[in-house]
Ligand binder design. Structure first.
Ligand code: UT7
Length: 319
């Protein structure tokens, strides 16, 4: 059979912008420190919207972009660790809100790596011939679990959602390789505290892990696809911290123009981060048919994952 690729993509970020200057008013911090240490200038806050509200908007946009009818979606997967509640899941809510047929829907949690895990999961259902079109959404409202009195974490996070429709594409396009991994030993460095529900993090340890794994996993997945770094047209790392992203980019040997950067305007949006950046580049006409793209993420768990894909689809060939 053919490969599995992206037939449509869409995103949603809430209107409320929270800048570093806003943080200067509530915490002992400065725009200078945040910019230098993280590359973040501002982030979006969902306020009265919940994770499902953002997921639904992103999903609508992705389905529209795919040109498919809603009735052609066979499954919904939502990557999130900030679901409105444990159940019904966000994916159940998306299925209902969009009036999709009574299709399978599930949430999948792998913290900031969630979207990569969910893309690979969706891909497997299509490859197996079980389903044809899978809607994969990354959505997180991290402000729900952010301690706004902790300056070392509060400044990092933002809210958002983005989605893709996966489906069969001809052989030159689509997902060429992937890598997934986890190491629960590092769970103590990044976790949700049981009592407060706040994110707790050992920034130094997470930073060291992220620098090592992001570079290594990107190189691995590129080699697995039979490509070299010269063949990569766009590098889309998890938007956690510009210094981590830069080190991965250098390890890959890719020029700065080829790295997607939205960390400055959205901060770290967890499972939404990678698709949000991909949608941003797509909306700005920075991605064209035939481009080789590497997606790479890391997150709580600890988890990591990467995908190498060739952008494009022959919708007319596969209908
Ligand atoms: O999806 C989650 C993924 N998590 C990440 O990507 C986080 C990875 N880690 C990091 O990005 C970095 O660890 C941070 C940017 C969060 C912090 O940088 P760091 O170099 O690891 O700093 P640190 O935590 O060791 O703190 C250095 C100093 C401390 O002050 P002292 O003890 O040296 O006086 C902190 O209290 O920086 C201080 N500090 C701040 N100062 C001003 C920590 N946060 C702030 C702040 N503003 N917001």
């Amino acid at each position: 059979m053919s490969n599995v690729g992206i037939l449509g993509i869409g995103s949603y970020v809430p209107n409320k912008v929270f800048t570093n200057e806003d943080f200067e008013k509530i915490l002992d911090t400065s725009d200078e420190w945040i910019t230098e240490m993280t590359g973040i200038k501002e982030r979006r806050y969902a306020e009265d919207m919940d994770t499902s509200d953002m997921a639904i908007k992103a999903a609508e946009a992705a389905i529209k972009d795919s040109g498919l009818d809603k009735s052609e979606i066979d499954m919904v997967i939502v990557a999130t660790t900030t679901a409105d509640r444990h159940f019904p899941t966000v994916s159940n809510m998306v299925q209902h809100a969009l009036g999709l047929n009574h299709v399978a829907s599930m949430d999948q949690a792998a913290a900031c790596t969630g979207f990569i895990y969910s893309m690979v999961t969706g891909m497997q259902f299509i490859k197996a011939g079980t389903y044809k079109h899978v809607l994969v959404i990354g959505a997180d409202k991290l402000t729900k679990i952010t301690d706004f009195e902790d300056r070392s974490t509060a400044i990092l996070f933002g809210d958002g959602a983005a989605a893709v429709v996966l489906g069969p594409v001809s052989e030159e396009y689509g997902i060429k390789s992937f890598e997934l991994g986890s190491n629960g030993e590092g769970g103590k460095w990044l976790y949700e505290e049981e009592d407060t529900k706040y994110i707790k993090m050992n920034g130094r340890e997470v930073f060291k892990f992220a620098v090592r794994i992001m570079g290594q996993s990107s190189v691995n997945v590129t080699e697995k696809a039979g490509l070299s770094s010269h063949d990569i047209d766009m590098f889309i790392p998890h938007q956690a911290n510009i210094r981590i992203m830069e080190s991965a980019r250098k390890r890959m040997g890719i020029s700065v123009e080829k790295m997607s950067k939205t960390v400055d305007i959205y901060g770290n949006t967890s499972a939404a981060s990678i698709p949000l950046s991909m949608a941003y580049e797509y909306d700005n006409n920075k991605i064209k048919n035939g481009d080789n793209i590497v997606l790479v993420g890391f997150g709580g768990g600890l988890t990591w994952g990467s995908i190498c894909l060739t952008w494009g689809n022959n919708k007319e060939d596969t209908n």
